[in-house]
Design a protein around this ligand. Structure first.
Ligand code: ADP
Ligand code: MG
Length: 251
């Protein structure tokens, strides 16, 4: 229990007549880089929003680092969950410089915090762009700023919801690897949502496949491509071959 960064159990969520999540369970090991996969509309975003506290489930329990943050007797608001988020819509602040983004989330003023901000600007290669606003940054730079903003306050869990979707393929691959490395160096735990078939398999140590409101399969990336996987998983991955799994995508 103590090694789990996130534990979701019995999570259900219904919108109007649609049961989007139906008794979903998911456990994420501390320090891991995990993936949540599944077709469009399978409830991936809804599940992340529930973990972050942006949405309340109809039933179930959300536990972060052993602390129940949502359950029959508790409801901890998002700002007190220590969860960092990067969504496809990066939600950067247009009037703030890159440096101000990081100062804002870290408190900004003491010398220790200033050092932290400098360190993050350097880690995401934005030191020379520190005084630029989002409108003046490239797509990749904006992405890296969003990642730094999420990681700088040292969240206990980082949730990534298709953060590379708007970027073209080679850049998305490079950034995805960079993010994984940043997460690892920060000693953080990350859960990456993706519907890009190869991406999550190549990046993640563990993956869960969501379909029809349930986790159909949870395991190693390779398990998604095995003949014994449920039909919905096999049909999602049809045509994708095994060598992609665990491969270090070059360039
Ligand atoms: P995914 O991220 O896997 O594509 P989502 O979690 O965004 O899936 O959505 C799952 C389903 O829930 C979709 O059918 C979507 O239309 C529906 N849904 C998501 N959010 C809402 C909402 N706020 N109100 C009504 N329906 C919603
Ligand atoms: Mg989504």
């Amino acid at each position: 229990m103590g090694d789990l960064a996130l534990r979701l159990s019995g999570i259900s969520k219904r919108y109007a007549r649609r049961q989007v999540l139906d008794d979903v369970g998911l456990s994420i090991d501390r320090g891991s880089f995990s993936g949540l996969l599944g077709p469009s509309g399978s409830g991936k975003t809804t599940l992340l929003r529930i973990a972050a506290g942006l949405e309340d489930p109809d039933a179930g329990t959300v536990t972060l680092d052993g602390q129940v943050v949502w359950g029959p007797a508790s409801s901890i608001p998002p700002e007190r969950r220590g969860v960092g988020m990067v969504f496809q819509d990066l939600a950067l602040w247009p009037h703030m410089t890159a440096r101000q983004h990081l100062e804002f989330v870290t408190g900004g003023r003491t010398s220790e915090r200033r050092r932290n901000v400098e360190e993050w600007l350097e880690r995401v290669r934005l030191l020379d762009r520190a005084e630029a606003r989002p409108g003046e940054l490239s797509g990749g730079e904006r992405q890296r700023l969003a990642i730094a903003r999420a990681l700088a306050p040292a969240p206990r869990l980082l949730l990534l919801d298709e953060p590379f979707k708007s970027l073209d393929e080679p850049l998305a691959t490079v950034l995805a690897r960079e993010v994984r490395e940043l997460v690892r160096r920060a000693g953080a735990t990350a859960l990456l949502v993706s519907h890009a078939r190869a991406e999550a398999l190549a990046l993640c140590e563990r993956v869960a496949f969501l379909h029809g409101g349930r986790v159909l399969l949870e395991g190693s990336p390779g398990s998604m491509l095995e003949d014994t996987a449920p039909e919905a998983v096999r049909s999602f991955y049809r045509g994708l071959t095994a060598p992609i799994v665990g491969r270090e995508v070059s360039k």
